[in-house]
Design a protein around this ligand. Structure first.
Ligand code: GLN
Length: 560
């Protein structure tokens, strides 16, 4: 037995019921925050019941953003919440899917590892599910595993069976948390517990008894309702927690603390820990709810704007930029196609910043280019992310450098000026899987550049997810015309960032800075971008940064 009764890792399994989109990921992450702030080493995991091996091939419009980890795993967007909440970098092991579990089992079967036995869901698939949870025990006091989907879904059954067995094997070192809905029926003027009762009954049919019920509700649960829910579900009344709607997701940990969820969980586990330190969280929430510096209006012009989940991390990083500057960030999501269908880019005059995010495929590209041109010509702060950088390079090449028909090889393979291209070594690869630059790579920043000023560093590491690169054949020319290549890979061969020295704030990166931003540590580029927006909002001119380019690589240029 070691400190505070914490001899071995504890496991929390989070399931959801009634309907989807109740915010299971945020709830799991918030419980993670409370336990982490009590000094426990916490990690979070998402178990996704779909058959895709990872969400990398899923459309962002169906499943929301693909969150890329440091080690280059393409994961569920809930991992973004986990990282932002517990302020830790996660990895491939923190996200698994039915597809990945089956692939592992089938690979073993093909190798002959099962020695002639029949391979079955129980025990082989469930064993693999349990293994994928227990691999996270190393170095952690608490592992929180969230099961995607809702109970009753056919595809989540093996996961439910896996986590049921897990609890059976480790006893009181594991507990189940179930998120449900307690709807308010206007006509009756009452909160209704029936959906929760049904959902818990469904869960209990799989053999799982929840210790905690997180009840999403628009109205507080009174003692009577709480007792009723507890009575019907065998849950201790202390474990019946109301999860009220809140103004910002960062308030959820504070809400759960108010109801002592963490105390109850520790009690169930038989461990003690110091009171949680939530001062930083309170400050974040205060700043988001009542910023003193006014409002910065940001236009995000992209292609997946119908579903804000498609840009979840971008949205959050912008909010973090607001926290850093004590301003409210008001975001409008604008479909870039609208600029192709007649929307005049001068609508951007109503904003303090333009952000063009990442994306794949050519829909809406010309609209992004039009918006970027307006921002460049009108001194509007601009942040380009991945595809946003590529569009900025195309726009500059066409308009400033006079390269007619300049384009990305992704969108126009016959372009006379493929200013964005494939690297030589990628040229002969036919499949789409496994050909992207994924995960964290280091970059070198030009001393004195706006980028280096924002980062307060000349060496950075950022996460990537892209296939195409700035074409080195054009670097010299574009640089001569005034585009600064202010960051490159350490060997100088790949352009990592661009900026315009004669613009108030025009910066783009080939990577995804939004993935590393945390409410407690806003990303420097987002903080600087929002600061530039705030200056514009307040009418304060920005002192120009003397941007410098990193010299051309000495190696042979790479064509498209
Ligand atoms: N489609 C571009 C590429 O593959 C940009 C990708 C992105 O924005 N993440 O390079």
């Amino acid at each position: 037995m070691t400190r505070n009764g914490l001899d071995r890792t504890r496991y929390i399994f989070v399931t959801g019921g009634v309907v989807s989109s109740l915010g299971k990921g945020i709830a799991a992450a918030s419980l993670g925050v409370l336990l982490k702030q009590r000094g426990l080493r916490v990690t979070l995991q998402k178990l996704d019941p779909y058959i895709n091996v990872d969400p990398g091939t899923l459309s962002p419009l169906q499943h929301g953003e693909v969150f890329v980890t440091e080690d280059g795993a393409e994961t569920d967007l809930d991992l973004g919440h986990y990282e932002r909440f517990i302020d830790a970098s996660l990895s491939q092991e923190n996200n698994t899917t039915t597809g990945r579990i089956y692939r592992t089992v089938i690979d073993s079967e093909r190798r002959g590892d099962y020695l002639g036995r029949t391979v079955q869901v129980i025990p082989h698939i469930t064993d693999e599910i349990k293994r994928s949870v227990s691999v996270l025990a190393e170095g952690h006091d608490v592992v929180i595993s969230e099961v995607g989907g809702t109970v009753g879904d056919i595809e989540s059954l093996p996961f439910l069976e896996g986590i049921r067995q897990f609890r059976q094997e480790v006893g009181s070192r594991a507990l189940h948390v179930h998120l449900t809905l307690v709807p308010y029926i206007q006509a009756a003027g009452e909160l209704k517990t029936k959906p929760t009762q049904h959902s818990v009954r469904e869960l209990m049919q799989t053999g799982i008894q929840p210790a905690v019920l997180l009840c999403r509700t628009e109205h507080p649960l009174d003692e009577h309702i709480r007792a009723k829910i507890a009575g019907f579900t065998n849950v201790d009344p202390e474990g019946v927690i109301e999860a009220l709607d809140v103004e910002t997701i960062y308030e959820v940990p504070l809400e759960l603390r108010r109801q002592r969820l963490d105390d109850f969980v520790l009690k169930c586990f038989g461990i003690t820990a110091p009171e949680p330190d939530l001062r930083a969280w309170s400050r974040i929430v205060e700043r988001i709810k009542a910023p003193t510096g006014g409002t910065v209006r940001i236009a995000v012009v992209g292609k997946y704007t119908e579903l804000v989940d498609a840009y979840k991390s971008v949205e959050q990083a912008l909010i973090h930029g607001g926290i850093a500057n004590d301003v409210e960030v008001a975001i409008d999501w604008i479909a870039s196609e609208k600029l192709e269908q007649g929307l005049d880019p001068s609508f951007l005059a109503a904003y303090h910043g333009l952000l063009v995010p990442g994306g794949f495929g050519d829909r809406g590209i010309e609209g992004m280019i039009t918006a970027i041109r307006w921002a460049r010509e009108n001194g509007l702060p601009f942040l380009g992310i991945c595809l946003g950088l590529q569009c900025a390079v195309i726009e500059f090449s066409r308009t400033v450098a006079g390269l007619k028909g300049a384009h990305s090889y992704e969108f126009d393979q016959a372009s006379p000026h493929p200013v964005i291209c494939l690297m030589d070594e990628q040229r002969n690869v036919i499949t789409k899987g496994g050909t992207m630059r994924l995960g964290a790579y280091d970059a070198r920043l030009a001393p004195g550049s706006l980028a280096a000023k924002a980062y307060e560093s000349e060496r950075i590491s950022e996460r990537h997810r892209h296939r195409y690169e700035v074409n080195n054949d054009y670097r010299m020319l574009l640089q001569a015309k005034g585009l600064a290549f202010c960051a490159t890979s350490l060997d100088g061969k790949l352009v990592e960032m661009i900026e315009l020295p004669d613009h108030p704030w025009f910066v783009a990166g080939q990577f995804h800075p939004e993935l590393k931003s945390r409410p407690t540590r806003p990303h420097p580029l987002f903080a600087s971008f929002i600061e530039a927006g705030a200056r514009l909002a307040l009418g304060i001119p920005e002192a120009q940064a003397a941007a410098v380019s990193i010299p051309e690589p000495k190696t042979a240029a790479l064509g498209a």
